[in-house]
Structures are given as structure tokens and as C-alpha cells.
Design a protein. Structure first.
Length: 488
């Protein structure tokens, strides 16, 4: 299967969240399974700085706002693989600091920048002679691929390709003023409630959902949740209309990046057969954080500081937990919102119990997940969540809110689930400090029983979250997208 995967970020080139992890890993998994994926993404300034060995493979011309914009297609491969990647170079759009925003504000021309990506990707496949069977778009940034294929390339052979749209987070909808119909170059008669219009604006995500042959999100639970007003962020009606074509595929883990047996960032290697390295990682993390080397339960969290992630819920729970349990806590948070000040105050008050790092730090993320006994995710909603999967693999028992992908990937520990070998973590329902504290306390109590705790850790560590299984699910969806085009 020839699959053009179009996305705005991919690890390790450019990453702001889980989307990049997925897009960096899925093509490699498809490639290993013998298929022909081609990843297409923008050539951002931060990628140019990597000085990758790239070849100019083609030039493209993309109409944006009625003017022809030029771009170069630079070809390379994903690190550790021969899987090809094409970067679309247009310095006016991409030679900037942030991917989507800078100094706290969104780039004003994001609509044009990502229309260029979506249409440029289709043009790139044409120029390269890559006859994609399927285009796989991700989130609002490349959602226009599907409407472009149908509305602008209908008479071209490429217009017969199937289109799959993956929604990684329905809260981000690519909403722009109505006049941006001219920016993206789609006739204004499509600016209506059934197509591009979303509450008097244009939504690129909505247009993608409407026009894609198949839509999926990153867990079965989240797929159901986003059809409801509580989680749909206004998109629930559009998604319910596509119910028959809406699927859930849980993400996998990129083993070459997240594996405690060969992780260059962590203090010692370990795995389910030998857990001794885990203790070394724990001590090393305590040292790095200036926390006393106690046997106390050490909990970790690595996150964007977004309301979604419930860091405020954790901040509310910590004082009580520090009083009632010997807990130590390490948090790495990126972004800046109200909760940052609350965390700083707590860290100043509980110096030997809490260490907080602000910023984006890949190495520290690995060290926290390897060193922690427990890993916290009190998310208000969670499409899939990757860090709880990493935590499972690294023997950091996840304590999660029962929502979306967290519900699908963590099995709450009870006497029965522990006995049956299914238990992998702890889950709670309400997004409140009380419910989180009660759940952490449950975990702290079980940790006193070394045998039960080890069993729980090993249950999680021995699970298979490799990308192969998820990639096979995607192949099914590609086949379905082609069938709905009458092409398979
Ligand atoms: P989301 O995509 O909503 O941010 P996920 O759990 O799906 O959440 O993926 C988050 C990814 O980003 C993980 O790979 C995680 O390790 C990484 N990450 C998040 N915040 C940070 C941070 N502050 N520093 C380093 N890595 C981070």
C-alpha cells in the first residue's frame, strides 16, 4: 500500500506533543510491514538547523489566496530507518521559531501555512510520481487534504486516492474567519453548515471530517466520547453524522525511543527480567532533584501545562498527600498557564517532597518515567495519552483518570484484577483533588506489599504496545478508505 502521511509534526524532527510521536513511528512500522509510506511535513526552521542530509526531489507550486506560492520538496529518511520523508520548504511560511505560535500568540497566517502543507503535499506526490493509494491526514493542520482531493483533484487520477483523517485532539479545530475560504482556494459556495462553516467561521477540522472517507481517533473510548457534547467541543454533531466511518485506534510505542532496556538517557538499563536498574534510575532521579534518598513512593508527571491535563487537580491534592503519606513528587511541565505559579509555591513550601521543572526536556522526561514508582495522569480528557504507555513499559505504575485512552489502556488494580493478572495501574473517576488523592493513597498502600507491587509492575511492563499492532489497524482503515472510493 502506498500511503502519503501528511502531518504538521513528527518526532524527532519537530514535536509539540503526542501527535509527533505517532507520526514519527507509524510510517516506520508500515515500512517494516512491507508497505510504502511517504511522510510529508513542513521544513521548519528547527529542522533546517538539524542540517539533515537532504536532496531536492521536486519543486511545487501551490495557489494560496489566489497567488502561486513556490516550494521545494526536500527528501530524506526517518532516523533509524530507510522510510522516506519529504519536507516542504517555503521560508515565508516555515522559517520561524514556533511551529504554530511564537511568544504566546498563534501565527496570524496559520490558515495559509497549513493550506500550503495540505495542498503542497498532494502536489508533491504528483511531482514525485508517488501514486498514493491513500492520503493519511492528521488533525486540523492537514485536514484540508481530503476536501482538496475531492473538490480540486476530482478529475485527476490522484483524486481517486482514499482519505483517512486522524483526530488526535478534537479541542484543536483550525478555526479561521470566513474570508479564509479565499485563502484556501475553495469556492465560497462550500461555506455552509454541511461543509466548511462552523459557527460563522471556517473550521479546517470540520471540513476534513466531512470529506474524509474514514475518520479515526486515537482510542475507542475517545471515539465514543467525542460524539457527546461533554467531549465533542461543538464538533459532536458533525462526528455523529460520520458515526459509521468513525473508528478508534490506540497508539503504539516507538520501541527504538522508549525502552528501558536500551535508553541512553537513563541511569541504568532494566527490564521485566531484571528490575535492579530501576532502583538505580530512582536514586539518580532523586539526586538530580535534590530529594532525600528515601524509600518513599516517588511519583512523576511529564506534561503540557494545559487545562486538559489536570495539573491544577494535582496541585490541589498534593498538600494533603504530603501530610498523609511519605510521597515524593517530580513534575516536568511545558507551557505557561495559571497552574505554574501554584506549582512554584508548592515546591517552595515542600522543598524535600516536590521538585518542579518547567520547559520541554526530552532527556528529563525519560529519566522521570524511568525513576518514578508511579506516574500521574489526572487528565480531564485524554484522546489516547502516550506517557501512561511509556510508564507501563518503564514499570512506573500509572495512576489515571478514567477517561478516553486512559480508560482503554490502564486496568484498575482490585483484588480480582490483581489475581487474574490484568491489573496494571490505578484509576479514578472524578477530576477532583479528593478523588485523585484517594487513588494515590490506594497505590501507596499497595506499594507496601512488595510482592503485589512487583506483580503489578510486571503486568504493565510485559504488555505489548508496539506499533506493529496499531499499524495493522491503520492498514484496515486504509483499505476501508479505498473501498469507499470503489478503488479496492
Ligand atoms: P499530548 O499529546 O496531549 O501532549 P501525550 O501523552 O499523547 O499528550 O504525548 C505527550 C508527549 O510529549 C510524550 O512523548 C511526552 O513525553 C512528551 N512531553 C510532554 N510534555 C513534555 C515536557 N515538558 N518535556 C518533555 N516531553 C514532554
Amino acid at each position: 500500500m502506498k500511503v502519503a502521511i501528511v502531518a504538521s509534526e513528527a518526532a524527532p524532527f519537530a514535536k509539540t506533543g503526542g501527535l509527533a510521536d505517532v507520526v514519527g513511528a507509524l510510517p516506520k512500522a508500515l515500512f517494516r510491514l512491507g508497505h510504502e509510506p511517504l511522510l510529508i511535513m513542513p521544513y521548519y526552521r528547527r529542522i533546517a538547523r538539524l542540517n539533515l542530509p537532504l536532496d531536492e526531489a521536486a519543486r511545487i507550486e501551490v495557489p494560496i489566496a489566489g497567488q502561486i506560492r513556490h516550494g521545494r520538496v526536500l527528501e530524506g529518511s526517518l532516523p533509524g530507518s530507510d522510510c522516506p520523508v519529504c519536507f516542504l520548504e517555503n521560508d515565508a511560511y516555515y522559517d520561524r521559531e514556533g511551529l504554530y505560535n511564537e511568544n504566546g500568540g498563534d501565527h496570524a497566517d496559520n490558515c495559509a501555512r497549513f493550506a500550503f502543507l495540505s495542498r503542497g503535499a498532494i502536489e508533491a506526490t504528483r511531482m514525485l510520481g508517488f501514486d498514493a493509494h491513500v492520503f493519511h491526514a492528521h488533525d486540523w493542520q492537514s485536514a484540508l487534504v481530503a476536501p482538496y482531493l475531492r473538490l480540486l483533484y476530482g478529475s485527476d487520477p490522484i483524486g481517486r486516492a482514499g482519505a483517512l483523517l486522524t483526530i488526535h485532539n478534537v479541542a484543536y479545530q483550525g478555526v479561521f474567519p470566513g474570508w479564509d475560504m479565499d485563502t484556501i482556494g475553495i469556492d465560497r459556495r462550500h461555506y455552509n453548515m454541511r461543509e466548511f462553516e462552523f459557527w460563522n467561521n471556517v473550521s479546517l477540522l470540520k471540513a476534513g471530517i466531512v470529506y474524509a472517507d474514514v475518520v479515526n481517533t486515537v482510542s475507542p473510548s475517545y471515539a465514543r466520547e467525542i460524539e457527546t457534547p461533554e467531549f465533542g467541543c461543538g464538533m459532536e454533531g458533525v462526528l455523529r453524522d460520520r458515526d459509521a466511518a468513525l473508528h478508534g485506534v490506540v497508539n503504539g510505542i516507538d520501541d527504538s525511543v522508549w525502552n528501558p532496556a536500551g535508553d541512553p538517557f537513563i541511569a541504568a538499563a532494566y527490564g521485566p527480567d531484571d528490575l535492579s536498574g530501576k532502583q538505580a534510575c530512582r536514586r539518580s532521579l532523586q539526586r538530580q532533584c535534590g530529594l532525600p534518598p528515601r524509600k518513599a513512593p516517588l511519583v512523576g508527571m511529564v506534561t503540557r501545562l494545559a487545562h486538559q491535563k489536570g495539573v491544577d487537580v494535582l496541585a490541589g491534592a498534593l498538600p494533603g498527600l504530603f501530610q498523609q503519606t511519605p510521597l515524593q513528587c517530580v513534575i516536568l511541565g511545558d507551557g505557561d498557564n495559571g497552574v505554574r505559579a501554584a506549582l512554584e509555591q508548592l515546591a517552595a513550601r515542600f522543598t524535600d517532597r516536590l521538585k518542579v521543572f518547567f520547559g520541554y526536556d526530552e532527556r528529563l522526561a525519560h529519566r522521570i518515567i524511568a525513576g518514578a514508582d508511579m506516574y500521574l495522569m489526572p487528565s480531564r480528557f485524554e484522546p489516547c495519552g502516550l506517557t501512561q504507555l511509556y510508564a507501563l513499559k518503564y514499570g512506573a505504575v500509572p495512576v489515571v483518570r478514567r477517561t478516553g485512552g486512559l480508560k482503554d489502556t490502564v486496568c484498575d488494580c482490585t483484588a480480582e484484577t490483581l489475581a487474574s493478572g490484568n491489573a496494571t495501574g490505578f484509576a479514578f473517576d472524578e477530576a477532583t483533588p479528593g478523588a485523585l488523592a484517594a487513588c494515590v493513597t490506594r497505590a501507596v498502600e499497595l506499594q507496601r506489599d512488595v510482592r503485589a507491587w512487583t506483580r503489578l509492575m510486571l503486568n504493565g511492563m510485559s504488555q505489548d504496545w508496539s506499533w506493529e499492532a496499531s499499524a495493522r489497524r491503520y492498514l484496515d482503515l486504509y483499505a476501508e478508505a479505498r473501498r469507499s472510493r470503489g478503488a479496492a
